[in-house]
Design a protein around this ligand. Sequence first.
Ligand code: V47
Length: 398
Amino acid sequence: MSVTTEELNREMTYAVPRRIGEYLRPEDIADPTLKPIAEKISTGQWLNFDDGMALWNTRDIFTLGAMANALRQAMHGRVAYYNINRHINYSNICALSCKFCEFHRKRGEEGSYEYQMEDIYRIANEAVSTGATEIHIVGGLHPWLPFNWYLEMLSGLRQRHPQVHLKCFTAIEIDHLSRISRLSYKEVLIALREHGLGSMPGGGAEVFDDRVHDEIFKGKLRADGWLEIHRTAHELGIKTNATILYGHVETRAERVRHLIALRELQDKAPGFQTIIPLSFIPDGSELGHLPGPTGMEDLKMLAISRLMLPNFAHVKAFWIMQTMKLSQVSLSFGVDDLDGTVVWYDITKRQGVAGNQHQEQTVEDIRRLVHEAGYIPVERDTLYRRVIRNGAQWHVES
Ligand code: V47
């Protein structure tokens, strides 16, 4: 099934926001507790903490979905974005031992690994030869790699592949680089950008709450540090993403407060592109006894993220965590972006899946499931510009 240019152009008019009311009729709101919230959404008002809690407490998943979908459609029409990307997790050796994380290892521990520069360049070459427009690089807090190693990696990649966008390092890694280089956050970010950094991913935010922090990721950068690094990046004109890791020991109230903190930073220092709610995968972690979020909880989290963050352009379902089937359904629950082809992913692995680091979606599959859900697949680059392909060549729409 292919999309006509006319169809695409019609859908791409989302740049001029449509009226949310066109998509949300008062008679569609079945749960009366949601009526005042629907009114606020239709009139462009921001939702407060109590509204966020009411959204969590409703059992009316369809109305919640319809409200999130109304906002999604007003912003993006029926466009659903994906990209051709490759994740590189350069090492799992990490000074931290977060309880939710299955990825981290200590030096010499079974399963620890560290890529050589040549490995990284080889993977990047493979990715570019299969059409990747983005390389997403994150790793553990490596105890002995010097700051120059990171700069060399970026400049080596930029030299080899000038067209490819390098989305690298969570705020946790930026804090680590600042400590080992004795440079400020601003100086670290400027140096990384000079060597090829294009933007920052949203990882490491977890849940902005001291209780949760001390219980399951003690020792990691706290909320204020994470927010300060993203603010600094935005002030330098570096785009970033944001995440929330949900479905472990946090409460629903803590989730709502996390989203409000992100919204406030975006208001004061805009620069976030996308919120990515990360569904906790317990397998293999110290929290392996927890059940992890259900499908209902996943859909609610995605829809509530859309509704609480009207000043974020995009909501992404990261299919590695929400699964591809639920991500498809989530396109009608506020989600407009499905991340990308990924290929290899080391940070989370589901048990019982053979060769479980190989986690790849083909472009054909992504496009097929987007079509089937009634949306129009649009390949984007990291900065959400449409990618136009002509054989092996590609450029972005200006
Ligand atoms: O920071 C770790 C999370 C994050 C688990 O910016 C876990 O485009 C679930 O941030 N279950 C890394 N999540 C991934 C990430 C990301 C992914 C895709 C796109 C983007 C983007 C960012 O994964 C970590 C941590 O919060 N994580 N362990 C787990 N067991």
